[in-house]
Design a protein around this ligand. Structure first.
Ligand SMILES: Cc1ncc(COP(=O)(O)O)c(C=O)c1O
Length: 385
């Protein structure tokens, strides 16, 4: 019997060692990791620059508390704010905590209660982040949710026009709904939301927890569009695997988060900050992101070429290194068979195979992974005929 609460259905794989895009298990079996620790290890496993930054900080101090000035925390906040073209940062420890803080900030800054989120969205597991989430399966059994949230269909301009009014504190959305099934926000819809928020005085909160830190080929996914968010939340890839989350906001919001108004004992921990600083240093380089966009296009074209004609494939969606393959093959069985063939991949929504390779993945690794995907899917498709 396990002493862990069974909140996760765990795979049969027990890692022994990991480097780059590869995980080796206790039995010496090699896996190509196209999960990146669920969108976290954007630089692959154990990138040297991050390892060195953490080690160097370890030899100085690793916790003092936020009562102290810490130059590294200031620098990390500046780097993060600049990359999002914003002004202020609050450091938390996870995505849900970052969203929780963003929700509090929006309610305090506007003095209003109503926050619009979207069906199929995912914003985390704390009570407010869970309430914000537009998926019933996440909320089952927990009783009444916070009444703050109204859920609208994603990419539906008419619905947002009808609902976004003077009473609205904020609209909160993902540019690509990751957990929900890799549904990508449409240009016209996102622009309309942006415009309506300005007209009605509502804040635009963009949840970049899965899409940010280079995952889509830009520092943040909203930068593919002409959007001007008031608050952006980040986590996952920010610390390359060390726990860190962040709320990034406009300077007009700063005074609503004055001393004592919000906090976190561990938020902005020196080791997590060292990891985040080293991560941003690499990922926010123009050439690095260009390379990510090139490899993403290669990956998408290859997947389309290999899979589009298979009847069990209904749709293929992609923004950068976020890929969703909608399929009629039962997901747990498909994922297990991919693992048997040495490829780790994720589910999303009800019927979407999700690939989140490290941004450092090589062309050879992409070829190897897609070869496995197409041969396994073809095998299932033929068996069904
Ligand atoms: C878009 C989005 N928001 C929030 C979260 C929650 O982040 P965390 O698990 O770090 O609390 C996730 C996690 O998958 C996410 O994808």
């Amino acid at each position: 019997m396990s002493y862990l609460f069974p909140t996760y259905s765990r795979w049969e794989v027990e890692p022994e060692h990991a480097e780059g895009s590869i995980i080796i298990d206790k039995h010496g079996k090699r896996y190509l990791d196209f999960t990146s620790g669920i969108g976290v290890c954007n630089l692959g496993h154990r990138p040297v620059s991050v390892q060195e930054a953490i080690t160097s900080q370890l030899s100085r101090y690793w916790h003092v508390s936020n009562l102290f000035i810490q130059e590294e925390q200031e620098n990390a906040a500046r780097r993060l704010a600049e990359s999002a073209e914003m002004d202020c940062v609050f450091f938390a420890n996870s995505g849900a905590e970052a969203n929780e803080a963003a929700i509090k900030l929006a309610r305090k800054a506007t003095g209003k209660k109503k926050i619009i989120t979207f069906e199929n969205s995912f914003h985390g597991r704390t009570f407010a982040a869970m309430s914000a989430t537009g998926q019933d399966k996440i909320k089952t059994g927990y009783g009444q949710m916070l009444e703050t949230f109204i859920y609208l269909p994603f990419n539906n301009i008419e619905a947002i026009k009808k609902e976004l009014d003077d009473e609205t504190a904020a609209v909160m959305l993902e540019i690509v709904q990751g957990e929900g099934g890799i549904y990508i926000g449409e240009h016209a819809f996102l622009n309309e939301v942006n415009k309506l928020c300005k007209e009605k005085g509502a804040l635009l909160i963009i949840d970049e927890i899965q899409t940010g830190i280079g995952r889509t080929g830009k520092p943040f996914a909203f930068q593919h569009f002409q959007l001007t968010p008031d608050i952006v939340t980040s986590a996952k890839g920010l610390g390359s695997g060390l726990p860190i989350g962040a709320v990034i906001g406009k300077k007009e919001l700063a005074h609503f988060f004055g001393p004592g108004s919000h906090g976190s004992t561990f938020g902005g921990n020196p080791l997590a900050i060292a990891a985040a600083t080293a991560t941003m240093e690499t990922i926010f380089q123009t050439e690095f992101l260009e390379e990510v966009r090139k490899k993403s296009s290669y990956l998408f074209e290859l997947i389309c070429m290999e899979l589009k004609k298979i009847p069990d494939i209904m749709d293929i969606r992609q923004l950068g290194m976020m890929i969703g393959i909608e399929t009629s093959i039962e997901l747990p069985i498909l994922l297990k068979e991919l693992r048997n063939h040495g490829l780790l991949a994720l589910p999303a929504g009800m019927n979407v195979l999700r690939l989140l390779p490290p941004l450092t993945v090589t062309i050879d690794e992409i070829d190897e992974a897609i070869d496995i995907v197409q041969s396994v899917i073809k095998k299932f498709s033929q068996a069904a005929v």
